[in-house]
Ligand binder design. Structure first.
Ligand SMILES: Nc1nc2c(ncn2[C@@H]2O[C@H](COP(=O)(O)OP(=O)(O)OP(=O)(O)O)[C@@H](O)[C@H]2O)c(=O)[nH]1
Ligand SMILES: [Mg+2]
Length: 367
């Protein structure tokens, strides 16, 4: 299952513009709230210079980067929350996301009215959070009824009690419009509450959609969004949707670099965003490299060798025997896989080995 990032935000803040720039999937932008429309889905390759280097060394038939799926979800205004169908659709797309990228409007454009009378990132963030918190409150209330019944079943009593204890702590936060993830829970409560799939438990990062001047010099809106993000310990990425859309149209790498450097940028907003998503989810990349294929794979920090093998194929995990591992840096330093072997940098690792970011791995398994 690919890592999935849901793009959320109020209407007409530039979600679809950013989505299209990132994924190059053509989607309809709007000048009005399009809350009834379906979500757009696009898969992007994770840019990774290490994979480029591996490909140059192994000269394989295929180069396969890691991927992230982006889902562009139509904006939800509080007015739209009264239209039940639109709200449910909006919420179900959010439920499917592994992480949320919350787009906040940080540009002025008199031609393009904002849902509120004025542009205020802090108020916008609060408005959307309130909607999500209300949805979770509803989930909690429904689930609590079910858990009351489970209390009578000795086999399920303990878990039900833990989940209800978590609800008791989470409910007051939600009532104030604060996300469930901001509440401190005991480890067992946190584990139990996972079963209710609360939206506001998902991690969130912010995308300030700004103009070209905003990207290079910043502005008061960005500062306000940054403060709101910092208050919850969240990351904040600054992107110019319009600029990224133009950048995505360019074909050659050279041309792109020039375009970026004209604005004094090193990396496109896309790369910045993906790296932020990776950090947020604690993701790591390992590689498989050979003559037929060089490929980047995504795992979670702390994943052990069998779990990493399972990302490639469930059979690899089931029949895991061992992993042959060396590090990308050693390969680059020594120049070839053969040299890595000779230098004794290729190790045999077992089930308990925690795969590291930048490991090049060959799995041995039997089925
Ligand atoms: N000036 C300016 N306009 C932008 C920028 N990004 C997007 N827009 C414009 O804002 C309008 C709305 O953009 P969309 O990308 O459709 O916004 P959205 O958030 O997907 O809107 P909904 O799906 O209706 O919620 C379009 O006319 C875009 O061209 C930007 O950075 N600067
Ligand atoms: Mg849109």
């Amino acid at each position: 299952m690919p890592l999935n990032c849901g793009i959320i935000g109020l209407p007409t803040v530039g979600k679809t513009t950013i989505f299209t720039a990132l994924t190059r999937v053509k989607a309809e932008t709007s000048s009005y709230g399009s809350s009834a429309k379906n979500a757009n889905v696009g898969i992007i390759s994770v840019p990774d210079p290490r994979l480029d280097r591996l490909t140059a060394m192994f000269n394989p038939q295929r180069k396969v980067p890691a991927t992230v799926e982006f889902v562009d979800i139509a904006g939800l205004a509080s007015a739209a929350s009264k239209k039940e169908g639109a709200t449910n659709q909006f919420l179900s797309h959010i439920r499917d996301s592994s992480v949320l990228a919350h787009v906040v409007r940080c540009f002025d454009d008199p031609e393009l009215p904002h849902v509120s009378s004025k542009i205020s990132p802090a108020d916008d963030i609060e408005m959307l959070h309130l909607e999500l918190a209300l949805a979770d409150l509803e989930t909690i209330d429904k689930r609590a009824e079910k858990l009351q019944k489970e209390l009578k079943d000795p086999a399920r009593k303990k878990d039900a009690e833990r989940e209800l204890a978590a609800f008791a702590k989470i409910r007051p936060a939600l009532q104030e419009g604060r996300p469930a993830r901001s509440v401190t829970l005991e480890a067992e409560e946190a584990e139990a509450v996972r079963r209710s799939f609360l939206i506001t438990m998902k991690r969130e990062l912010y995308i300030c959609n700004t103009d070209e001047a905003g990207v290079t010099k910043g502005n008061a809106y960005i500062e306000a969004a940054r403060r709101a993000a910092a208050a919850e310990g969240a990351e904040c990425v600054v992107i110019c949707g319009k600029f990224e859309a133009e950048l995505a149209e360019l074909q050659g790498e050279e041309e792109k670099r020039e375009f970026l450097s004209e604005l004094g940028l090193e990396e496109s907003g896309l790369a910045t965003l993906i790296h932020a998503v990776y950090r947020l989810l604690g993701l790591r990349t390992f590689f498989t490299a050979g003559e037929d294929e060089c490929r980047a794979w995504t795992i979670k920090a702390g994943d052990k060798a069998p779990a990493a093998a399972g990302v490639i194929h469930t059979d690899f995990e089931k029949g895991f025997i061992k992993a042959e591992v060396y590090h990308y840096e050693d390969l680059v330093a020594l120049g070839s896989e053969h040299a890595v072997r000779v230098a004794g940098k290729l190790r045999q690792e077992g089930r308990d080995y925690v795969v590291q970011d930048g490991d090049v791995v060959f799995f041995k398994f039997n089925v």
